[in-house]
Design a protein. Structure first.
Length: 270
């Protein structure tokens, strides 16, 4: 599978549950912009057969290289950034939940989900857009996970998919600052932003400024028959700055990402 085919399939799946992304993308194109994707993010559990180490080989096969690790102790997450072989392709941010850090009942819920994953299904990059590889949990299980880890709750109902795509703000022509794009999204597209830690996370001092919408929502029928609205995915905006040597900063900033994760929190999506 070529990277171009991979990302096209991801985008199709992503926009089905994230119509706001298509709206924003369309609004920017209507202004004459060419929208480039800065990075795509994935989430997973650190349980075989879907650990980061199980899935990373498919990224490496497509020409990606490990950049550096990131840790999020408060959310029990570890992550790696990956760089593409050519600058036309997006970077990748891939995180996983340390399931053993959660209470035993939550570990049991997650293990019950992952045990349903056929190891033979993790046989190529298409697993990244496989969707839900297990039966939905009960509403009680979902809400229990959300009490402890919003990330775990999201994974339990969303499975494998792009958690978000990201507009490369530094590549836009009609917005020279992330703040201006934020206003456009709020006023013209009429979408709310994630304000955890402020609308803009980071800035020129860390060579990366980021903001994001709040996740779209969908209604699901859980395994016990309960209907509930849950957060799906969101759209991010990233402005990269140049390093002292003149090169563009390529990495990620843990403090920024820590609050970006909260774009899918139930308490924020409301």
């Amino acid at each position: 599978m070529t990277p171009e085919t991979f990302f096209a399939a991801l985008w199709r799946q992503y926009t089905e549950l994230t119509p706001q992304a298509a709206r924003i993308h369309g609004a920017l194109k209507a202004r004459g912009e060419t929208v480039l994707n800065d990075h795509v993010a994935f989430r997973t559990f650190n349980l075989a057969p879907m650990r980061l180490q199980d899935l990373e080989p498919w990224l490496l096969e497509m020409g990606y290289e490990r950049l550096e690790p990131y840790q999020f102790p408060g959310k029990h997450l570890d992550a790696w950034g990956y760089l593409p072989r050519t600058p036309e392709l997006p970077r990748i941010f891939f995180s996983e939940l340390r399931v053993e850090a959660l209470p035993e009942d939550c570990q049991a819920i997650i293990k019950g989900l992952v045990d349903q994953v056929d190891p033979d299904s993790v046989n190529g990059p298409d697993f990244f857009y496989r969707g839900l590889p297990w039966a939905l949990p009960t509403a009680e299980e979902y809400l229990r996970l959300a009490e402890v880890s919003e990330y775990a709750a999201w994974m339990s109902v969303m499975g494998m998919r792009a958690n978000h795509f990201t507009v490369a703000v530094h590549q836009l022509r009609s917005f020279d600052q992330l703040s201006a794009l934020n206003e456009f999204v709020k006023q013209e597209v009429e979408l709310p932003l994630n304000t955890a830690g402020g609308e803009i996370k980071g800035g020129a001092d860390v060579c990366l400024a980021q903001s994001s919408t709040l996740a779209d929502q969908c209604r699901l029928r859980f395994r016990d028959g309960t209907d509930m609205v849950v957060p799906t995915c969101f759209y991010e905006f990233a402005q990269r700055f140049r390093l002292p040597d003149g090169s563009l900063y390529q990495g990620f900033v843990a403090n920024n990402a820590d609050r970006i994760f909260e774009s899918t929190d139930r308490r924020r999506a409301g």
